[in-house]
Structures are given as structure tokens and as C-alpha cells.
Design a protein around this ligand. Structure first.
Ligand SMILES: [Zn+2]
Length: 486
């Protein structure tokens, strides 16, 4: 007997909490082995095919249907998910007489001043991905396609279109953005690479970009010790007492096995939200800390009375939007002057605008590629397509072998892309309503708390329309890039 909507809603919350607790413990280095299969087994009746079909037939809310479909697919690939995470955790890359843990290679590259050594490390990481991880990624991708067809959708793309996603519509907008910003991007990124790295775009390699964005030239302003105090002071300006928030936990110390990529684990919303970062030094750490703090404050502020799907699920462009709003503060001239010991800020503000242009173009290319990946094309045709899309948008060769590793499941790239535009419009609204130092106004904090309390009950488009009367307009991002860099 399939479970009815009210019970399903309650039970998915317990399963989500266990899955996120496991992800957090493994990824933060508290637990060596990643064990997700046991969690699927404990909640086996939430992830059956019958259950996913029954919710579809009952016309359950789209987010519950999506959860059930993702649980069915996730259950089918659970052993591969464990194998991938556990292989990655144990894998090392031989470099310079040392075995560098696979997960530490990327931060090593960002902190490596020598271009030859960066490229060598990058090539060794790519080879390890291809040899040790890709066989499992490929098996999982094939299996995901089979499980999707069990759910009655011909392709993963169509499955997500059935949940209200519109990757193809968004792609029409993002490809316009890529075309419109092409000249500006190439000219500005070439100048930045020449000036900061001593290499022209045409001679640059992907690991040079990792180093470019690490930007050690700004380290004297962005010291590691100042990061959390700056966050605490910023939140205080909005009327938030970080240390008094019992539902927000900061996991910021270094420990073996901790993943370098920052994340927020909303284990119980709003009762237990964990923010995890592993400082690597410099401005990047501040962006990561503030980004994750945006997620943490959003989830910690959700009305506990909302149904589970509006607190835990929903349109992740909303939470990414609040994360980008906080991340953007780090490059706001008024914030920089108020919080950090910064001389002239123009160089850093321009640098940051260029970094954003790079990331939006990179994600636009990921979307173009993922539409192909999820349209059911033969896997062996995909490495070239991946490298072609990414290299075209970014301007340097991309490794073909990253064609499955560099994908966040469930078209998550559409959430980031929509969130960038949502955030630009939300920020504009805050500046108009409260002034350019809106982040020092309690009233702006009150408005944010009101928005956060809604959780993800509204899609980002509807939330923005309620607030400003406007839809998400992707073209604001090209306008912003031209204004900042043109
Ligand atoms: Zn995020």
C-alpha cells in the first residue's frame, strides 16, 4: 500500500535529516566512510517505484513527486554513490614525491604559485578522475537513465520538466547572455590574466584560472582571523546575533578528510543548520563563508509551521539567491570600507565582477551541456560535448574526462543561474528601499526575516514578483557586467 500524502510528508523529513547528517559527517571529516545505503533501507517504503507512481497519480505537490522520484533513483544508485564518495575519500595523487589526497588537489592548485606545477597537478587529478572514478560515474549515469524510464519519463530532461523545471527556456536566455558578453569577457579576462598571472588567455590553462580567483594579492585585507568576526558584525547590523542562534552551527576548523568545498547542511529546518567551510586563505574564503551563511540564515529563519516540502524542498533558486546576496557583500564598496582594512577598493570590485562573469558563463555552458547529457545522448559522445561547451564559454581547454564529475544532479545549475538574476534584482530592491548600506539597517533585516520565514513555499520568480512586481529578468546580469567592467 502506498503511503498517503500527509504521512509521506512527515516521514520524508526524518529520512532527509538522516541523509544530510551522514553527508555532513562524511564531508566534514567526522566520519571516514560514507554510508547512505542503510538510510535508504531504513526508509525503504519511501523510495519504491509504486510510491513514486502513486504520488504522481494522486496529483501530489510537485515537490513531493520530485522527492519520491529522486528517492527511487537515489535508492537504485545508492551503492555506486557510496563507492564514488569512499573511493574519492581514499584516493591519492602522486605529486613531487608525495601522495596528495584527491580532495586536496584543487585547493593545492589554487595555492600553487608556479604555473608548471599547477598544470602538472591538474593533469594528475584529471587522470585519477578518469581512471578511478569515471567507471563508477558512467555506470551510475546509465542506471539513472534506466530508472528514469521506469518512472515513465523518456529522459531525465523530461522528468524534470514534469516538475516545473524549464532548462530549455532558461538556456535560450543564458545563451543570449553568453553571446552578448563574449567580447567583454575575452578582453577583460585576457587583461586580468596578463596583469595578475603573466599569461595571455590564448596561452592560459584551466588551473591558471583557479589561481587567478584565489587572488593572493588581496590576502592582506582578507585575513583568516577576520572572517568570522566580519560575518558576526555584518549579521549584527541586520539584527541577528550569530552566537545566540542555537539552531546555527559553524564548523570551520580544519580536520583530515574534510572536503575543501564549503557547504551548508540544513539537517532539520529550521531546528539544526550546519555551515561548513575549510579556510584556504584569502578572499575566496570570505565569499564561501558569506555564501554559506546566506543559506544558513535562510534555513534557520524558516517558519517551523510550514509543511515539510516548503521548508526542506522547493525551488533552490531561493536559497541560492540569499546565499549570493550575502556573498556579494564581500565585494560591496560600502561593506569593504566598513568591515575590512582596505585601501582603494576599485581594483577588487572589478576583479569580483570579472569572477562573477566567469562563473555565470561557466554555468550557462554547464546548462547547455547538461541538457544534452539529460536528453539521452550516448555516453561516449558526451566528453567532447562537455569540453566543447565549457571551453567555448571560458576560453581555455576543459578536460573531457570531467564530463560526469562536473555535474550537480537534478539540474541544480538552473537554480544557480536563476539565483544570480534573482539576487541582482533583490539587491537592487534593498538598496532602493534602505540605501546603499542596507546591510546596516535593522529594517532590512526585518524584511529579510520575513522572506526567510516563507522557506521555499514560493518559487524565486513568485517571491521576487511579490516583493518588486517584476519577474526574474536574466538580462540584468549582462547589464551589470557591462556597468562594472565596460
Ligand atoms: Zn549555495
Amino acid at each position: 500500500m502506498p503511503i498517503a500524502v500527509p504521512e509521506y510528508r512527515d516521514r520524508l523529513e526524518a529520512m532527509t535529516a538522516e541523509a544530510l547528517e551522514e553527508y555532513y559527517a562524511h564531508s566534514a571529516g567526522h566520519k571516514r566512510a560514507y554510508e547512505i545505503a542503510a538510510i535508504y533501507e531504513r526508509h525503504a517504503d519511501l523510495s519504491t517505484l509504486d510510491q513514486a507512481r502513486a504520488l504522481a497519480e494522486q496529483d501530489a505537490p510537485a515537490e513531493l513527486r520530485r522527492f519520491a522520484a529522486e528517492a527511487y533513483v537515489g535508492n537504485g544508485v545508492k551503492h555506486l554513490s557510496e563507492d564514488i564518495a569512499n573511493t574519492e575519500a581514499e584516493l591519492t595523487v602522486a605529486f613531487d614525491g608525495e601522495d596528495v589526497p584527491y580532495r586536496e588537489v584543487r585547493p593545492r592548485i589554487t595555492n600553487e604559485p608556479d604555473a608548471g606545477r599547477r598544470r602538472d597537478l591538474h593533469a594528475r587529478r584529471c587522470a585519477a578522475t578518469e581512471e578511478h572514478l569515471n567507471p563508477m560515474y558512467e555506470e551510475a549515469a546509465e542506471l539513472e537513465r534506466e530508472l528514469t524510464s521506469d518512472l515513465g519519463a523518456p529522459t531525465v530532461l523530461e522528468l524534470y520538466e514534469g516538475f516545473g523545471y524549464d532548462p530549455r527556456g532558461l538556456h535560450a536566455e543564458t545563451s543570449r547572455y553568453v553571446a552578448e558578453t563574449d567580447g567583454l569577457y575575452r578582453e577583460q579576462v585576457d587583461a586580468a590574466l596578463r596583469r595578475r598571472m603573466g599569461v595571455a588567455l590564448e596561452d592560459a590553462a584551466l588551473p591558471d584560472f583557479s589561481r587567478l580567483w584565489r587572488a593572493p594579492e588581496f590576502d592582506t585585507a582578507f585575513t583568516t582571523e577576520r572572517a568570522v568576526p566580519a560575518l558576526r558584525a555584518t549579521l549584527a547590523g541586520l539584527g541577528i546575533d550569530l552566537d545566540g542562534q542555537r539552531n546555527v552551527e559553524l564548523d570551520i576548523e580544519a580536520r583530515p578528510g574534510k572536503r575543501p568545498r564549503a557547504f551548508c547542511a540544513p539537517i532539520r529546518v529550521p531546528a539544526r543548520v550546519v555551515l561548513v567551510i575549510l579556510p584556504q586563505g584569502g578572499q575566496d574564503d570570505y565569499q564561501a563563508l558569506f555564501h554559506e551563511a546566506g543559506h544558513a540564515e535562510h534555513f534557520a529563519g524558516v517558519d517551523p509551521g510550514l509543511p515539510a516540502e516548503q521548508r526542506l524542498l522547493g525551488d533552490n533558486a531561493v536559497t541560492e539567491g540569499f546565499a549570493f546576496l550575502f556573498e556579494h557583500l564581500v565585494s560591496d564598496p560600502a561593506w569593504l570600507h566598513g568591515q575590512l582594512d582596505f585601501g582603494p577598493v576599485d581594483d577588487y570590485v572589478r576583479f569580483n565582477a570579472l569572477q562573477k562573469l566567469f562563473f555565470v558563463r561557466r554555468y550557462a555552458a554547464k546548462l547547455a551541456y547538461e541538457i544534452e547529457l539529460h536528453s539521452g545522448l550516448a555516453l561516449d559522445s558526451l566528453p567532447d560535448r562537455y569540453a566543447g561547451h565549457l571551453s567555448g564559454a571560458v576560453g581555455v581547454p576543459y578536460p573531457r574526462g570531467d564530463y560526469l564529475e562536473d555535474v550537480d544532479g537534478g539540474f541544480y545549475c538552473t537554480c544557480y543561474l536563476r539565483a544570480w538574476a534573482f539576487e541582482a534584482q533583490l539587491r537592487d530592491h534593498l538598496r532602493t528601499a534602505f540605501g546603499s548600506d542596507w546591510f546596516r539597517r535593522q529594517a532590512a533585516g526585518d524584511l529579510l526575516r520575513e522572506l526567510w520565514s516563507l522557506g521555499q513555499s514560493l518559487r524565486a520568480d513568485d517571491l521576487l514578483r511579490e516583493l518588486t512586481g517584476e519577474p526574474i529578468r536574466f538580462e540584468v546580469l549582462a547589464d551589470d557586467a557591462r556597468a562594472a567592467l565596460g
